[in-house]
Ligand binder design. Structure first.
Ligand code: PMV
Length: 330
C-alpha cells in the first residue's frame, strides 16, 4: 500500500539552490549489479520500498553511462546508444516520470544520452545501472553534492535495484522500516574476493515479455509460496554473510542458487503463472549440475529474464569456458 506521496518525500531533500543554467552538462557511469539474495516484492509500490533486504555484486565495468545536458526545448530529448528514443515508449515514459520528480524547476528540459554495455530489459539489471547513472549525473549537473546514501534513496525511487548500483563489489540494501523510506538504501559491504568470477550466459537480447515490476506485483498478490519468501530471505542473507566472512565459495554459490530458484518458484506458483526460463535456460541449468557432479564448483543465479549468471572461481574458468564457449566473464 502506498502511504506517502513521492513529492512529500522528495520535498524533504531536493535542494532549493540547484544550478540550472542552459547548456550545463554532466556525465556519470554506474555499474550493473546482480542480486545474490533477491529483492522480490514491495511494501510500498510508489516509493519502491522492499519487503526484504537484498544483497548484490556489481559487474565492474559493465554498466550504463549517462550524459545529461540542460536544453532550451519544450520537451526532453532521449537517446539510447545514439539512437533517438520514442517518447511514447515505456522506457521513455518511465524516465520522464522520474525526471519530473527531480527537476529543480518544472520548466527545465534535458537531453539524456544513455550508453549501455548491457542489453536493455533482458534481465541483466539495465534499469538498475541506468537509474543509478542518471541520479549521479543529476547530482553533478545541478551541484546537489549529495551523499551516496541520498543518491541511493533517489535511485531506489527510479528502480528498486538501482539503489545497489552506486558501488563496486558486494552491496547490501537494507529494507528499512520508515514509511518515507529514508532508511531504505544500500551500502557497500567492503569485502574483497578477487578469485570470484561472474559469467553471463545470454540466450536472448530481446526485451522480456513481462516487466519485473509487473511480475513482482502478480507474485506478491497471488502466489501462496510467496508467504514463506520473507523468512527464506532472512535465512539466506544470514547464510550469505557467513559465506562472505569465511570466503566459503560453495556456501555462497549454494545460497545464491537456492535463493534465485525460490524466487522463480514463487513466480511459477503465481496466477497467471510466470516463467521467464526458456528451453536454453533449463538446458544450461542441467549442464551446471553436470559440472558440479564432475567436481567443478559452479553455481547460477537468474533474474527476471531467461539469461543465467554463473558464479565460479578463477581456478574453474577453463572448465566453465569449455562447457559454455560463448560465456562473457566479468
Ligand atoms: O529493480 P527492479 O524493479 O528491476 O527489480 C529487480 C528484481 C530482480 O532483478 C529480479 C531481483 C534483484 O534483486 O535485482
Amino acid at each position: 500500500m502506498h502511504m506517502l506521496s513521492i513529492d512529500t518525500v522528495l520535498a524533504h531533500f531536493l535542494p532549493q539552490n540547484a544550478r540550472c543554467e542552459m547548456g550545463l552538462t554532466a556525465r556519470a557511469f554506474a555499474p550493473s549489479n546482480i542480486a545474490l539474495i533477491k529483492y522480490w516484492g514491495k511494501r510500498d509500490k510508489a516509493l519502491n520500498l522492499p519487503v526484504t533486504s537484498s544483497l548484490s555484486i556489481s559487474l565492474g565495468k559493465l554498466g550504463t553511462t549517462t550524459k545529461l545536458t540542460i536544453i532550451d526545448d519544450r520537451e526532453d530529448q532521449l537517446f539510447l546508444d545514439k539512437q533517438p528514443v520514442d517518447r511514447e515508449s515505456a522506457f521513455a515514459q518511465r524516465l520522464i516520470q522520474f525526471l519530473d520528480l527531480c527537476r529543480p524547476n518544472p520548466a527545465i528540459r534535458y537531453r539524456i544520452e544513455t550508453f549501455s554495455d548491457i542489453p536493455v530489459a533482458a534481465g541483466l539489471a539495465s534499469s538498475a545501472s541506468g537509474f543509478a547513472a542518471l541520479v549521479k549525473a543529476l547530482d553533478q549537473l545541478h551541484h546537489w553534492d549529495w551523499s551516496d546514501q541520498h543518491l541511493s534513496v533517489l535511485a531506489r525511487i527510479g528502480s528498486g535495484s538501482a539503489c545497489r548500483s552506486l558501488w563496486d563489489g558486494f552491496v547490501q540494501w537494507e529494507k528499512g522500516e520508515r514509511d518515507d523510506g529514508m532508511d531504505s538504501y544500500a551500502k557497500s559491504l567492503n569485502i574483497d574476493w578477487p578469485e570470484l568470477r561472474i559469467g553471463l550466459l545470454l540466450f536472448t537480447k530481446q526485451a522480456k515479455p513481462i516487466s519485473s515490476r509487473e511480475a513482482m506485483n502478480i507474485t506478491t498478490q497471488t502466489s501462496k509460496l510467496y508467504h514463506s519468501w520473507p523468512s527464506q530471505v532472512e535465512a539466506d542473507l544470514a547464510q550469505m554473510h557467513q559465506a562472505l566472512d569465511a570466503q566459503d565459495f560453495a556456501l555462497l554459490g549454494e545460497t545464491a542458487e537456492r535463493n534465485a530458484l525460490m524466487m522463480h518458484q514463487t513466480m511459477i506458483d503465481a496466477s497467471p503463472s510466470i516463467d521467464y526460463s526458456t528451453p536454453e535456460t533449463y538446458a544450461a541449468r542441467e549442464k551446471i549440475q553436470q559440472l558440479r557432479k564432475q567436481g567443478v564448483p559452479v553455481y547460477f543465479t537468474q533474474d527476471a529474464g531467461p539469461n543465467l549468471k554463473l558464479l565460479f572461481e578463477e581456478k574453474s574458468l577453463e572448465f566453465v569456458k569449455s562447457t559454455f564457449p560463448h560465456i562473457q566473464v566479468v
